[in-house]
Design a protein around this ligand. Structure first.
Ligand SMILES: Cc1cc2nc3c(=O)[nH]c(=O)nc-3n(C[C@H](O)[C@H](O)[C@H](O)COP(=O)(O)OP(=O)(O)OC[C@H]3O[C@@H](n4cnc5c(N)ncnc54)[C@H](O)[C@@H]3O)c2cc1C
Length: 285
């Protein structure tokens, strides 16, 4: 549980962090909150020669409304996101999600950018990210680029972040104001990570017909996904318990369920359906 020897340096700006990454020749790692990276280093699953601490880089902070999106600086901690008035007003499902991450110490140090960049298949934020059509803003010496969350997270602990780049912010689309939302998670009893986590955002029009529904699911497979078959079944219908029950049976459609010591693929698939039904019942009935 002791990491290999490494150097440690604080970056004071994005420009300096990029330069340090380039100088490390692929051997350096950015560190933000350190709550995912340090455990990996202690298990020697990653052995960076230098840690580049970006936690003082003010350009990576801040939460702003820009048009129809909320832009969350990469260094925003889970605690800040859970309590921010802009997030609570416009994208409450993100606040609901991050307040259920780990414990108070984790939420005080862990960051939204780090959570997305780490691409843990059991992370909570990707559920809200896919339900809110998140886009990842990346910065390198070539400038700024954006990528949607599905293109960015490509596998367990694997992202499409180009070499010597930094996640600058994550932006989330604001759903229509008449929608309601919830994040429900089945906590792993030991780690607190989700065995399944479902973020649902949905609403009905003035005639009582479902006109908006987006469902993000995390924890059950390699990457978070949208339960699109459920969404398609619900759109244009009047919400009833029977309809939601039937639609939720499609929650795992097209997704590959993981299987491990904690939960078989069949169990995960069942959790997926049950938590989707509970989440939809809470926002639509
Ligand atoms: C006991 C425990 C319980 C936890 N429980 C949960 C849980 O229930 N749900 C959950 O979702 N998470 C959980 N976590 C993980 C926690 O949320 C992490 O803090 C978070 O996933 C990573 O954020 P970080 O800022 O700590 O990233 P770090 O550990 O600093 O970095 C993680 C990875 O992301 C990279 N990185 C960080 N920031 C950037 C950036 N701006 N640009 C590019 N790359 C970057 C790093 O190089 C590294 O590879 C838990 C962690 C612990 C230790």
């Amino acid at each position: 549980m002791i990491p290999v020897k490494f150097d440690y340096v604080h970056a004071e700006s994005i420009q300096q962090a990029i330069k340090l990454l380039q100088e490390s020749d692929g051997e350096g790692k950015l560190i933000a909150g350190g709550h995912s990276l340090l455990p990996l280093m202690k298990f020697r699953l990653t052995e960076p020669s230098v840690l580049i601490d970006i936690s003082r880089v003010s350009e990576l902070k801040g939460i702003n409304k820009e048009g129809d999106r909320i832009v969350v600086g990469a260094l925003t901690t889970h605690y800040e996101a859970a309590n921010d008035p802009i997030i609570k007003e416009y994208i409450p499902v993100l606040a609901d999600t991050v307040r259920q991450i780990g414990d108070i110490q984790i939420r005080n140090r862990g960051t939204v950018g780090g959570n997305i960049a780490h691409a843990d298949p059991a992370a909570d934020i990707p559920a809200a990210a896919v339900a809110l059509d998140a886009e990842i803003e990346m910065i390198s010496e070539d400038g700024v680029d954006t990528m949607d969350v599905h293109s960015f997270i490509i596998g367990p602990l694997i992202t499409a972040l180009p070499e010597d780049s930094i996640v600058k912010s994550v932006s989330f689309q604001i759903p229509p104001s008449h929608t309601k939302s919830v994040y429900l998670k089945y906590f792993h009893p030991a780690s607190g990570y989700p065995v399944v986590g479902v973020a649902a955002v949905a609403g009905v029009d003035k005639d009582g017909t479902i006109d908006y529904v987006k469902i993000g699911v995390t924890g059950v497979g390699d990457v978070a996904f949208r339960a699109e078959a459920v969404e398609q079944t619900l759109l244009g219908q009047k919400p009833t318990q029977a309809l939601i029950h039937e639609a939720s049976k499609l929650a795992a459609e097209g997704a590959e369920m993981g299987s491990d010591l904690f939960a078989s693929a069949e169990y995960r698939e069942n959790l997926c359906k049950v938590y989707t039904e509970r989440a939809l019942s809470s926002v639509l009935l």
